[in-house]
Design a protein around this ligand. Structure first.
Ligand code: NAP
Length: 314
């Protein structure tokens, strides 16, 4: 796969990255059995063997179990560490953390960032995280406090670069104004089923500031992928069905799968969107890589955009 620079950092990654949210096969760590763990490890190894170099995690994915599964892979195959970049996230706290009646919330306090980072390092069995991201904007965030925590993690060598996720441009600008180093990624939901970031200033800001946009759920969580379907009672059934038909027609022209075309559509954007492929199935993980070879023309890019909008352009 081709490589690209990540933001203004000294890091490069492949144009498709691998997301580890599903490698435990569940969101409840109590449900994981040894077979599921092995399956998760195989998915990570399949992504590595297929050439993906950026692996995305979050502390909340199966409450840390996804990071731990990757940690096991890294202990089994220590040579993998230097070949890949590890990204993870903090800042979301589930209900019951730390007290039984604590609500679901976001927490960018310095103490939470620092503690979360320590825990992720331990679970992942690494000494340094390549890209540490704030998961969802904490409406109580104090940029100066975050900057202090980031600086400490940087000085201690625990994190190389920082990024954000689900941040609107104004949040990015405010946080950046307090930092002595550039934020290198903004991980957002952008795909053919979610077009907001194309027009709300997110991608413009990425272009202007050289921030790499990472696309989460690039297949909309699965329905845009090969074999994906739209539930008949879905409120956007007609629109989504027409989009899948158009996607299939364009994919057929390029002799690739629907999945590959949905990813290639993201890769066409000049902001250098890096889709985070989330499959836990080795065959699907390998198929997605073909998106890197597709040179989608403008006409077909717009054909898909119009189908995704469900309405013609003005
Ligand atoms: N920052 C955030 O707020 C946020 C939120 C959500 C996700 N994320 C990140 O984004 C990553 C990707 O999210 P996602 O898993 O929802 O991504 P996705 O690629 O949109 O969806 C993956 C799902 O699609 C299914 N799928 C069906 N057909 C497929 C095909 N032909 N090829 C590939 N997948 C197919 C997969 O099933 P199989 O496993 O059976 O292939 C899997 O269940 C996560 O791992 C995480 O790193 C971030």
């Amino acid at each position: 796969m081709k490589q690209q620079k990540i933001g203004q950092s000294d890091l490069n990654c492949t144009r498709l990255s691998y997301g580890c949210m599903r490698v435990a096969g569940t969101w409840n760590p109590a449900d994981i059995d040894p077979t599921m763990r092995e399956k998760g490890k195989k998915a990570i190894v399949a992504a590595f063997d297929a050439g993906y170099t950026l692996f995305d995690h979050a502390d909340i994915y199966c409450r840390g179990a996804c990071e731990s599964i990757h940690g096991e892979v890294l202990r089994d195959t220590p040579s993998m560490r230097k070949e890949i970049l590890i990204a993870t996230k903090c800042g979301i706290r589930f209900p019951g953390d730390p007290n039984p009646d604590s609500p679901h919330r976001y927490d960018f306090s310095a103490s939470h960032i620092l503690e979360s980072c320590e825990k992720s390092l331990t679970r992942l069995s690494v000494e340094q995280i390549d890209i540490y991201q704030l998961h969802r904007p904490d409406l109580l965030m104090n940029p100066a406090e975050i900057a202090g925590a980031f600086q400490k993690l940087r000085d201690q060598g625990k994190v190389r670069w920082f990024g954000v996720s689900n941040f609107k441009p104004s949040f990015v600008a405010t946080l950046q104004s307090m930092l002595d180093f550039p934020l290198v990624v903004n991980q957002v939901e952008i795909h053919l089923g979610r077009l907001d970031c194309l027009v709300d200033g997110t991608l413009d800001q990425c272009l202007e500031r050289t921030i790499t946009p990472l696309s989460w759920s690039p297949l909309g969580g699965g329905w845009l992928g090969s074999g994906g379907t739209v539930a008949e009672d879905h409120p956007e059934f007609d629109k989504r069905t027409r989009l899948l038909d158009t996607l299939d027609a364009v994919a057929a022209q390029y002799e690739v799968s629907r999945t590959v075309m949905a990813l290639a559509w993201l890769l066409k954007h000049p902001a250098g969107i890096v889709p985070i492929v989330g499959s836990a199935n080795p065959a699907n993980i390998r198929d997605a890589v073909r998106a890197d070879e597709v040179d989608l023309d403008r006409e077909n890019w717009y054909r898909l955009l119009v189908a995704a909008r469900g309405a013609p352009l003005p």
